[in-house]
Write a protein that binds this ligand. Structure first.
Ligand SMILES: [Fe+2]
Ligand SMILES: [Fe+2]
Length: 490
């Protein structure tokens, strides 16, 4: 019996280890929660109040209203939960965007349903949400927005409703994957053409059968003007997406790729003023990208985050060994380990200042402090200990926070491994390289740096293999630069 329990416990432990833990959601303030709840109530009232306008009103009508009201309130709640599940770090501003778009669509349905096509009401917001918050959130939004019609008398023809759902689903699915503004433009042309053709085939010229209510869509269901309006609405949406990005802190794929452009002034400055750091950054990009691909993380996010992780070194490039080029080390002249540690911490603080100045999205700025976490600056700590054995370790640790996502954790590991792999002998075997990688990762793990990252054991194993693969690729063309054994300068 005892054996069975032990085996079951072991199996349960193994099962738990194999599960990828979920990220800790961002806490939303009470006031924000209250406002979100009130907007949800407003949406439910707008969508259902017409049921109460029937006269004479009997108890069945009140129950029917109550049922619709509750149904819409629950649907909106489910929508928020879905968006939180897809984006664990979603902010209250972004939830406001989701429900405000829903509210706007419900109000438009109520006031302009007879003049505006349902395509132009549902598809453009779906494009914004899929770009900024992912396909699943957009799909959930589309299903709720297209199901809740405030005016029960307005009921869309089945074929039209089917085409609407197909077009909105295509936009939601593709919108979450699209990586450039040019592809967005193509989508805004092809989707209206697709809707025009499918309406033509499935509904035809029989305008009476298009709607149950004749005056629903512009020009009594004029298919052409319907699709033209959709194309115009989508083009305007694409035009306004950058505004949504900055107001609601959305991070679209297109924005990520724009930021990853090496001609961006900040990156250009890094390559000119801190060439060693720039080279280190490019190598880290390679390591981190491969590891993220292995574990199925967000490659565009880590590539961009890696590019900006050490921009803070621009405040004093020659204080970092990779930029010293054999010249004097200012730390030796300073001969004060505590001051040297302050200079190292400053590359994080200054990096955050650069991020604010250059309006980098929060998800990118997070890479700056989290890639150093609360790591110990071992080299300077040892030096300080030689002078004063009782010195407090606190002065020689970065201020953190420790990595809060898989991507920032991978960057921390890549940052640690890059210098060590570079310093390795060119004839080192794969086993030696893997040992070096494993030791660095183990020391970070033991130090508690990966505690909040949600990286599972299996993922850490894959990260090690990915780093080894990249090292095998780059060892033939690597350039050695002096690096300390303790990797204190990275
Ligand atoms: Fe750094
Ligand atoms: Fe770095």
């Amino acid at each position: 019996m005892k054996n069975i329990i032990t085996t079951l416990k072991k199996l349960f432990y193994l099962w738990r280890r194999s599960q990828v833990p979920v990220k800790q959601p961002i806490k939303i303030s009470r006031i924000d929660n209250l406002i979100i709840f009130l907007v949800c109530i407003l949406i439910s009232i707008i969508s259902s109040y017409k049921l109460l306008l029937i006269s004479p009103l009997n108890i069945e009508d009140i129950f029917s209203w109550l049922f619709t009201f509750t149904e819409i309130l629950i649907s909106t709640g489910v929508l928020i939960l879905v968006s939180k599940k897809e984006n664990p770090t979603i902010s209250s501003r972004q939830i406001f965007l989701i429900i405000t778009l829903l509210l706007a669509v419900q109000v438009t349905k109520l006031t302009l349903a007879s003049t505006i096509s349902p395509f132009s009401m549902i598809i453009p917001p779906a494009l914004i949400l899929s770009q900024g918050m992912g396909s699943i959130t957009a799909l959930a939004w589309v299903s709720i927005a297209s199901l809740t019609w405030p005016d029960q008398e307005i009921f869309i023809n089945n074929n039209l409703f089917f085409i609407l759902l197909v077009c909105a689903s295509i936009v939601s699915l593709l919108g979450g994957r699209i990586r450039s503004r040019a592809q967005l433009l193509q989508l805004s042309i092809f989707v209206p053409i697709g809707s025009l053709l499918s309406q033509w085939i499935l509904i035809g010229k029989d305008k009476i059968s298009l709607m149950n209510k004749e005056d629903f869509v512009l020009a009594n269901g004029d298919i052409f003007s319907d699709s033209l309006l959709l194309a115009i609405a989508m083009l305007f949406t694409i035009l306004f997406i950058p505004i949504f990005e900055s107001v609601f802190g959305l991070l679209t794929k297109a924005r990520l790729l724009e930021l990853a452009d090496k001609e961006k002034p900040l990156i250009r400055r890094l390559s000119l003023e801190a060439p060693g750091t720039f080279e280190h950054t490019l190598l880290i990009c390679g390591l981190a990208e491969e590891a993220t691909r292995m574990i199925g993380g967000d490659i565009d996010l880590i590539k961009t985050g890696a590019l900006y992780h050490d921009v803070g070194k621009l405040h004093a490039p020659n204080w970092f060994i990779e930029n010293q080029d054999g010249s004097k080390n200012p730390h030796d002249e300073l001969d004060d380990p505590i001051k040297s540690a302050e200079v190292l911490q400053a590359h994080v603080d200054e990096g955050l200042k650069f991020a604010r100045k250059n309006r980098l999205p929060k998800l990118i700025a997070n890479f700056i402090p989290e890639h150093q976490g609360t790591l110990k600056m071992g080299y300077f700590f040892q030096k300080a200990k030689e002078k004063n054995p009782d010195i407090n370790e606190y002065y020689f640790r970065y201020k953190g926070p420790i990595p809060q996502s898989k991507e920032t954790a991978i960057l921390m590991l890549a940052d640690g491994c890059e210098a060590a792999l570079r310093a390795m002998n060119i004839n080192a075997s794969d086993k030696e390289a893997l040992n070096t990688i494993s030791n660095i990762i183990y020391s970070r793990k033991k130090d508690g740096q990966l505690d909040d990252s949600n990286l599972s054991k299996g993922e850490i194993f894959l990260i090690k293999r990915a780093f080894l693969n990249v090292w095998k690729r780059i060892r033939h063309r690597r350039i050695q630069y002096p690096t300390s054994k303790n990797n204190t300068f990275s």
